[in-house]
Design a protein around this ligand. Structure first.
Ligand code: NAI
Ligand SMILES: Nc1nc(O)c(N)c(N[C@@H]2O[C@H](COP(=O)(O)O)[C@@H](O)[C@H]2O)n1
Length: 223
């Protein structure tokens, strides 16, 4: 499976405010770029923290759906995926509507009753891991379900875990021209943080979009 992480951050590395409210960092040109990455993916993944904060839909806008998906011979929207150990995704979340398939990656910590409720709400529930979701096992299961290219949209906890699991091939970061600040505001990579063997990146592109810049990287070995 090929995994591309995309996120928008302030110049000080924040994905949103300390209140974890959705923050518009990208401009129109960047949202078009995000749509193109979504369109090229078989599935778009976020953490349950993002679902609870933003209630995202994770579908394509009409233009991207028409141009990109049909061009790739794959009409419709990519599947949606939530990393959600205990199954906290609300059953009325927008991500569980019938616009596209939605996989909920839970761990053994999600009770059978909760798994059934989520399944009744339309989710394809995949169990991987004991406490937290085991991302390697979960992405293997997604690959078995036909996901060859996965886009990870955040948030900071899940992006860190994807790097820690060694499953990221490519990173694209839009750096918007604003400062958010706040020691408790989510950043591009939260979690425990690395203290050795840091993921090393090869800078492959710099592009000015709107009033910000897109930085593109291939992900190398940890060292
Ligand atoms: N600017 C941007 O591009 C984006 C911003 N955001 C923002 O990020 C914030 C949400 O980010 P976070 O709070 O970091 O939540 P998150 O979306 O990264 O979800 C983290 C949660 O997922 C669950 N989880 C289960 N297994 C896990 C594992 N193996 N690794 C990590 N998490 C696991 C845990 O409950 C954990 O608390 C919101 O404020 C949202 O607006 C989110 C996506 C993109
Ligand atoms: N690329 C990007 N730029 C921003 O400024 C953002 N705030 C985000 N947030 C992400 O987009 C999701 C919303 O998706 P829908 O519009 O509901 O499809 C949100 O949940 C974050 O993952 N991204």
């Amino acid at each position: 499976m090929y995994v591309v992480v995309n996120a928008a951050q302030s110049v000080d590395g924040k994905l949103s405010t300390r209140r974890r409210e959705q923050l518009r960092i990208s401009g129109e040109e960047d949202f078009d770029r995000v749509d193109r990455i979504r369109a090229a993916a078989d599935a778009v993944l976020v953490g349950v923290g993002t679902v609870l904060a933003d209630d995202p839909h994770l579908t394509l806008d009409e233009e991207a759906r028409r141009v990109e998906r049909l061009r790739n011979g794959r009409p419709g929207d990519p599947a949606r995926v939530v990393v959600d150990s205990t199954g906290r995704t609300p059953t009325d979340a927008r991500i569980l509507d019938d616009a596209a398939t939605t996989y909920l990656l839970v761990s053994a910590a999600a009770t059978p009753e909760r798994r059934e409720e989520l399944s009744d709400a339309g989710a394809e529930v995949i169990v991987a891991g004991e406490e937290r979701v085991d991302l390697r096992e979960a992405t293997d299961a997604l690959e078995d379900a036909g996901v060859g290219r996965l886009m990870v949209e955040g948030g900071g906890e899940v992006i860190y875990s994807c790097f820690a699991a060694g499953i990221v091939d490519e990173l694209q970061v839009y750096v918007g021209s604003l400062v958010v600040g706040g020691r408790d505001a989510p950043t591009l990579a939260d979690g425990e943080g690395f203290i050795e063997a840091f993921p090393r990146l090869d800078l492959t592109g710099i592009e000015r979009l709107d009033d910000g810049v897109v930085l593109s990287y291939d992900v190398g070995e940890r060292s």
